[in-house]
Design a protein around this ligand. Structure first.
Ligand code: NAP
Length: 277
């Protein structure tokens, strides 16, 4: 598995497994667990989850999927903004650790900005770091001005990652946020890299998929992964999807491919506010 290196030296696999919408329905649980286990069997080593997903249900499934393999996995979870006070963040992290059946997270993110001052959440993250309950911390859904504000907080420079919406149909981050994060050595985690599905029916993707002998999803993933400092976390429950997404790692998009993608999915021509799913 290809990796990128954080400013602190750790290596992070570029392709992971998302878990939003998992843990919501009992009838889907077995299939969701199977999909995560299949991903791990096939060599995926990064899992993204959150206390929000299935209100803890997704973390419980992840905990089961990684049992006995924890050392090999880069595990990411997130705190709800309404829990992100000084004490609330610590308590939320402890609940996540319990559901995940582990003693530490590799990366803990503030899911989006809420009403608690950033200084409080950063303070809580620092406590969790000292306690060894998290290895690094970061944010999600932070636009350029939020990232700047965070960098001005005491301790804010330790932010390791910003998880944001980025896919072919939503390229606004390429204007300012991606270059800003790259300069600050903040890893960008591209979420909803498949545009949650409908994006994959666009003819331009079908043509490139045929050329590279992969499915359209692999082209969409290769597109976000061509950016330095970017990792991505597609979610898939269907086993063929789990397998097909891994093929993105073998796709190298050439100048003609990128030109065709630019024509079908134009890059930004001006600054636009960060979109959120
Ligand atoms: P996504 O990964 O863009 O799309 C998921 C959808 O695509 C599912 O319906 C899945 O179907 C389908 N799919 C997966 N692989 C496919 C393939 N090879 N061919 C065709 N369809 C395929 O959407 P997402 O779940 O919104 O985003 C990914 C992850 O990012 C989330 O699960 C979550 O971990 C994270 N996220 C974070 C935030 C945040 O605010 N920080 C927001 C959104 C998402 P099946 O399940 O049937 O396979």
């Amino acid at each position: 598995m290809r990796t990128i290196t954080l400013k602190t030296g750790e290596k992070v696999p570029v392709l992971g497994l998302g878990t939003w919408r998992m843990g919501e329905r009992k009838s889907e649980r077995a299939a969701e667990l199977k999909a995560l286990k299949l991903g791990l069997e096939l060599g995926v080593r990064l899992i993204d989850t959150a206390e929000m997903y299935g209100e803890g249900g997704a973390e419980a499934i992840v905990g089961e999927a990684i049992a006995g393999k924890r050392e090999d996995i880069y595990l990411v979870s997130k705190v709800y903004p309404h829990n992100a006070s000084r004490q609330g963040t610590i308590a939320a992290c402890e609940r996540s650790l319990q559901r995940l059946n582990t003693d530490r997270l590799d990366l803990y993110l503030l899911h989006w900005r809420g009403s608690y001052p950033l200084a409080e959440t950063v303070d809580a993250f620092q406590t969790l770091l000292k306690q060894g309950k998290i290895r690094r911390w970061g944010v999600s859904n932070f636009d350029s001005d939020d990232v700047r504000e965070l960098s001005e907080q005491s301790g804010g420079e330790a932010c390791a990652s910003n998880q944001v919406l980025y896919h072919l149909g939503s390229r606004g981050v390429e204007w300012e946020l991606l270059p800003d994060c790259r300069r600050a050595e903040i890893m960008v985690m591209a979420y909803s890299p498949l545009g949650q599905g409908p994006l994959l029916r666009k003819p331009a993707l079908a043509a490139l998929a045929a050329k590279h002998k992969v499915v359209p999803a692999a082209i969409a993933l290769a597109f976000v992964l061509r950016q330095p400092g970017v990792v991505t976390i597609p979610k898939a429950v269907t086993p063929e999807h789990v397998r097909a997404n891994l093929k993105a790692l073998d796709v190298s998009l050439d100048a003609d491919d990128l030109k065709a993608l630019d024509a079908a999915f134009p890059p930004p021509k001006r600054a636009t506010p960060l979109q959120m799913t």
